[in-house]
Design a protein around this ligand. Structure first.
Ligand code: NAD
Ligand code: UDP
Ligand code: UDP
Length: 330
């Protein structure tokens, strides 16, 4: 066997579920750039072929339309399980399917990981903390989650997924990683998923009123997507004992009102502010304590809010332009 051929075989085969989504598509690109073979699996509920279009002709990229609530038999070395709608509008559209994706989807991906002896990372969420009483949130906080509210399909689904991951590790020795992802933003966010950064940028670019839910005093901490992808890959490659959940996010906390002001100024918009009712169970404050990520992974966010916003605004400007050319609604 030639050395080149051997290298070909030795290349890592990585499955990314939800790979045609916002974070997933950036992750696929990063993994390809690092020389991996990438199998992107997505049912295109919130993701899009457009997000992975530029990778379609890459010899090490493969796209498979598949819903992870059904079994999947493939041979891979690593799995990033990102499949799940992430914005309240999308995960509440079909709440039963959201829970199925979190629970049945995780069981299938864990069963796959167990069979092929792959390391598997779960994209968990700060929502496992619910509306937290401790601030900032550390990984040892158990959370305050309403089990029967409109957000529960996602919050409880993700909590159950963490339980499943931990039990597959304890019971079957599957090497797991759990990333508790905090609010992330960047290019390829879905324009109609109602998330705050995409909503505010699109409204500001069109001089439409900025919709603030409540009085805007609630807080979030926003991480740029490139930093998040760095964090996910660092966690995947952390030492063998890193099976406990790790917070990934940017600890810089802002009020939603402050975010609106920053975006209005950033795009030099004439938008006014339109205060609307606060949705049920909307968390009041959220900010990650990232000491674990710093210590265990040597990771922390590097992209400033300004740099992140610049790239995100450029993306949405391009999207608005192409939609206008097509005569389509944004
Ligand atoms: P996204 O909606 O853009 O991506 C999710 C992808 O999963 C989409 O491409 C969607 O089509 C696909 N999908 C959904 N259900 C599926 C199923 N049953 N089978 C196969 N594919 C399915 O969301 P995102 O922001 O890229 O989030 C990615 C992951 O990160 C999600 O698991 C989400 O819960 C988690 N997360 C994201 C954030 C954030 O701020 N973006 C915060 C916390 C956690
Ligand atoms: N599974 C899968 N791909 C595989 C192996 C398993 O999708 O390569 C699914 C399978 O459908 C099963 C689930 O993962 O329902 C859990 O698998 P496990 O081996 O843990 O449990 P069991 O098969 O005993 O139910
Ligand atoms: N939000 C807002 N206006 C919008 C969209 C969201 O004020 O147009 C608020 C929302 O109520 C929440 C925060 O912004 O307090 C973040 O919302 P998002 O849906 O982006 O994320 P999550 O609530 O899941 O953290």
């Amino acid at each position: 066997m030639q050395q080149g051929e051997f290298k070909e075989l030795a290349r890592k085969r990585i499955l990314v579920t939800g790979g045609a989504g916002f974070i997933g598509s950036h992750l696929c690109r990063r993994l390809l750039d690092r020389g991996a073979e990438v199998l992107c699996v997505d049912n295109f509920f919130t993701g899009s072929r457009d997000h992975v279009q530029e990778m379609q002709d890459h010899p090490r990229f493969e796209l498979l339309r598949h819903d992870i609530t059904f079994p999947l038999y493939v041979e891979v070395d690593e799995i990033y399980n990102l499949a799940c709608p992430a914005s309240p509008i999308h995960y509440q559209f079909d709440p039963v399917q959201t829970t199925k994706t979190c629970v049945h989807g995780s069981i299938n991906m864990l069963g796959l990981a167990k069979r092929v002896k792959a390391r598997i990372l779960q994209a968990s969420t700060s929502e496992v903390y619910g509306d937290p009483e401790t601030h900032p949130q550390t990984e040892d906080y158990w959370g305050r989650v309403n089990p029967i509210g409109p957000r529960s399909c996602y919050d409880e689904g993700k909590r159950c997924a963490e339980t499943l991951f931990t039990d597959y590790h304890r019971q079957h020795g599957v090497p797991i990683r759990i990333a508790r992802i905090f609010n992330t933003f960047g290019p390829r966010m879905h324009p109609n998923d109602g998330r705050v950064v995409s909503n505010f940028i699109l409204q500001a670019l069109q001089d439409k009123p900025i919709t603030i839910y409540g009085d805007g005093s609630q807080t979030r901490s926003f991480c740029y997507v490139d930093d998040m992808v760095d964090g996910l890959t660092a966690l995947m490659h952390a030492p063998d004992d890193a099976h406990l959940p790790v917070n990934l996010g940017n600890p810089e906390e802002r009020t939603i009102l402050n975010l609106a002001e920053i975006i209005i100024e950033f795009v030099n918009s004439r938008s006014t502010i339109d205060f609307r009712p606060l949705p049920q169970d909307d968390p009041r404050r959220r900010r990650p304590d990232i000491s674990q990520a710093r210590e265990k992974l040597g990771w922390e966010p590097r992209v400033s809010m300004e740099d992140g916003l610049r790239k995100t605004v450029e993306y949405f400007e391009g999207l608005l332009r192409s939609r206008r050319e097509e005569g389509a609604e944004v």
